[in-house]
Write a protein that binds this ligand. Structure first.
Ligand SMILES: [Mg+2]
Length: 282
């Protein structure tokens, strides 16, 4: 089955990606900090997932038939909250509470705090193991829901990720889609210097996965790849996405790449203006 990439779908995803980035900048400004570079980089992936692909009911976050979206990288929560607001799980006005005492939106993703947050992340390398168990359980139950896990290239350094990759392929869990955000950076520096993981696509294929690599900031390419993953049968699928840190905001794209990006108080508005300029004049 092939679903056409219509202009309508593409426009909806682009608009959502713009708003996710905009929300992330607003949240970053409230705290004066945040993993804003990664959030801007992953916005297109989340826009496709939350506005085009996932079967969910925002007013019933625990609906048994929902597709599960597991965020292993807890510090990307700022981006996921923006996507959850875009999808209607949480009110947009609530985003300004991000990282504050008593908020449902802690700086690192916590399953018990936030509607739509499936797992607590932050201790890296566990998302795919949980995804594998969940997918096995769904299959036993005859539940056709799918399980997605968004993980980082830094998590490819974790042995547990590859143990899960083996188990998931062994069980032929074609209800699993892993999405690897390859931004070529991790906490300790450039991924290539910390621990070389390339050729990433070949490694996943060797582990028995249906693997595709795309430009993670190209909504049309992402839509086509997600469609393909959804219909693939016989093995789990992985989408390796090359993303640009700070994508959509030239001020931050051009900055020296850092895991934790400093943004000065007067730069948030410049960033919003640049984002708006890029979106409306694309
Ligand atoms: Mg990374």
């Amino acid at each position: 089955m092939t679903t056409a990439i219509t202009t309508d779908r593409l426009d909806r995803v682009r608009a959502a990606a713009y708003r996710i980035r905009r929300h992330a900048l607003d949240m970053g400004e409230v705290q004066g900090q945040g993993y804003i570079g990664q959030a801007l980089g992953v916005a297109d992936i989340l826009a496709v997932a939350y506005t085009d692909q996932l079967h969910h009911r925002p007013d019933d976050p625990h609906w048994p038939g929902r597709d599960r979206f597991l965020l292993s990288i807890g510090h990307y929560a700022i981006a996921l909250y923006a996507a959850l607001a875009e999808a209607g799980f949480i009110p947009v006005e609530e985003l300004e509470t991000y990282g504050s005492d008593g908020s449902r939106l802690p700086m690192s993703g916590m399953a018990s705090y936030t509607p739509g947050m499936e797992i607590s992340g932050g201790s890296l390398g566990h998302g795919l193991t949980v995804a594998t168990g969940m997918a096995l359980g769904l299959r036993h139950q005859g539940n056709p829901a799918r399980v997605y896990n968004l993980l980082s290239d830094g998590e490819l350094d974790e042995g547990s990720t590859w143990e899960a990759a083996l188990a998931c392929a062994h069980h032929g869990l074609d209800n699993v889609t892993a999405i690897v955000d390859v931004n070529a950076l991790q906490a300790d520096g450039p991924t290539a210097g910390v621990l070389r993981t390339e050729p990433v696509t070949d490694k996943w294929r060797a582990f028995g996965w249906h693997a595709t690599r795309v430009d993670g900031n190209d909504p049309a390419a992402l839509l086509a790849a997600f469609d393909d993953m959804r219909t693939h049968r016989g093995s789990p699928a992985v989408l390796i996405c090359d993303t640009r840190i700070g994508c959509g905001v030239p001020l931050l794209e051009d900055r020296e790449k850092a895991h934790f990006m400093r943004v000065d108080p007067d730069e948030w508005q410049i960033a919003r203006d640049q984002l708006s300029e890029g979106y409306h004049h694309a």
